[in-house]
Design a protein around this ligand. Structure first.
Ligand code: GLU
Length: 399
């Protein structure tokens, strides 16, 4: 990263201690030399410097009471990174690890991910250092209401459209939307995505991230003349993304033999029993070890070794910003339905999602070829996303 080395040093200096953000910026900048060499106008316009500085960063206090009446104080964030392609768009994460550096890392990635979808959405991310584990429904509701009491003044269908992420699912979006509606006295469906389907949500949004990931994998295989049919697959995780990745993989004829949670993973050579997995994870909010007990499958503690084994075997690698863009892309479809006060069928929405995943794949693939890195989806995704954002920034002047 010769051209961007001095910029990176400046980013380290100005964003001290934000390790995850440094890492995210580094991973993108590392791949940008070829495009900056070919297009000096982007260097002259200081596009990279501008992109690495969020348009706006909001941090706020979130006070709430638990069921025993004790008071807690958490910290909420919304980083509005780039609105050059559309309203800020990205999820809210509720997890004890959340801090400004993590939200900036996720928000930075979101700019490129959202650009890749080809939909009119900018990049943003938010959340709180709140730990939902073990909290009652009533506690979750009070927390969401307190969080939205501050957040509502910063968001809107043309400004910033949050959604779910880790720790924020349909239940939390419901409480957040209710509080927004109450404070603003507006039933503004387009202000949040991931809503329930009877009150402005989109069909297939729940399934979209997992489906999208498998559809992207199917496209990668197609580009090598292969398909998922008859393949054996390892899936990690067992939350919303993993469950619907397994569902789509099974529909496309693959046998999925693993899934995991933070305690370890199961190996079920007969193929994962999806109905049982859904019952344990979606209905009972249980642990994956229960699955192993019920099916007599193997349960093993996870290791970092696996990543190295994959890399050494030269397995094709899809970066998160391309492979998991199906969720946010379907959020953009939800915004479209809200704007036109319409709701589409599952089949039509899924068809649109499949087209978007193919578009993302093809533009990553073609961009990697164009910049001399054939088959490198990391380079392809970063440059394709960057060029879309950079060209819009050039067109819209020094903002
Ligand atoms: N949290 C998901 C993501 O990071 C979805 C965001 C959204 O739907 O706005 O892409």
């Amino acid at each position: 990263m010769t051209l961007v080395e001095p910029l990176y040093a400046e980013i380290l200096r100005r964003n001290r201690g934000e390790h995850e953000f440094h890492q995210a910026v580094r991973e993108v900048l590392e791949t940008l030399d070829p495009v900056l060499e070919r297009r000096p106008e982007l260097v002259d316009a200081r596009i990279v410097e501008r992109l690495c500085e969020p348009e706006r960063q909001i941090a706020f206090r979130v006070p709430w009471t638990d069921d025993s009446g004790d008071i807690h104080v958490n910290r909420g964030f919304r980083v509005e990174f780039s609105s050059v392609l559309g309203p800020y768009k990205g999820g809210l994460r509720f997890h004890p690890s959340v801090n400004l550096g993590i939200v900036k890392f996720l928000g930075f990635e979101q700019i490129f991910k959202n650009a890749l979808t080809g939909m009119p959405i900018g990049g943003g991310k938010g959340g709180a250092d709140f730990d939902p584990k073990g909290r009652s429904d009533a506690e979750i509701m009070r927390f969401c209401q307190s969080f939205m009491t501050e957040l509502h003044r910063h968001i809107g269908e043309y400004t910033d459209v949050p959604a779910g992420d880790i720790g924020v699912g349909g239940r939390e979006i419901g409480y957040l939307f209710g509080q927004y509606r109450r404070i603003t006295n507006r039933h503004e469906s387009g202000v949040l995505t991931g809503k329930g389907v009877t009150w402005g949500g989109s069909q297939a949004r729940t399934e979209a991230t997992g489906y999208g990931c498998v559809l992207f994998t199917a496209e990668m295989l197609r580009s090598r003349g292969e398909s998922l049919d008859g393949q054996t697959l390892a899936v990690s995780g067992s939350g919303n993304v993993a469950i619907y990745a397994i569902e789509k993989a099974q529909q496309l004829g693959a046998t999925v033999v693993t899934c995991s949670d933070s305690d370890g993973y199961v190996v079920d050579e007969k193929g994962i029993d999806l109905a049982l997995l859904k019952e344990i994870k979606e209905v009972r909010r249980g642990r994956i070890s229960e699955y192993a007990e019920r099916r007599g499958a193997r349960f093993v503690p996870g290791t970092a070794e696996a990543v190295r084994v994959f890399q050494e075997a030269g397995v094709a690698f899809a970066p998160g910003k391309a492979a998991n863009a199906g969720g946010v892309a379907t959020s953009a479809l939800e915004m479209q339905q809200n704007a036109s006060r319409d709701s589409w069928t599952f089949a039509y929405t899924e068809e649109r999602l499949a087209r978007i995943m193919r578009h993302i794949h093809d533009s990553c693939y073609a961009t990697a070829e164009r910049y001399g890195a054939p088959g490198n989806y990391v380079v392809g995704a970063n440059i394709a996303g960057f060029e879309l954002v950079a060209d819009a920034m050039l067109a819209q002047g020094l903002i």
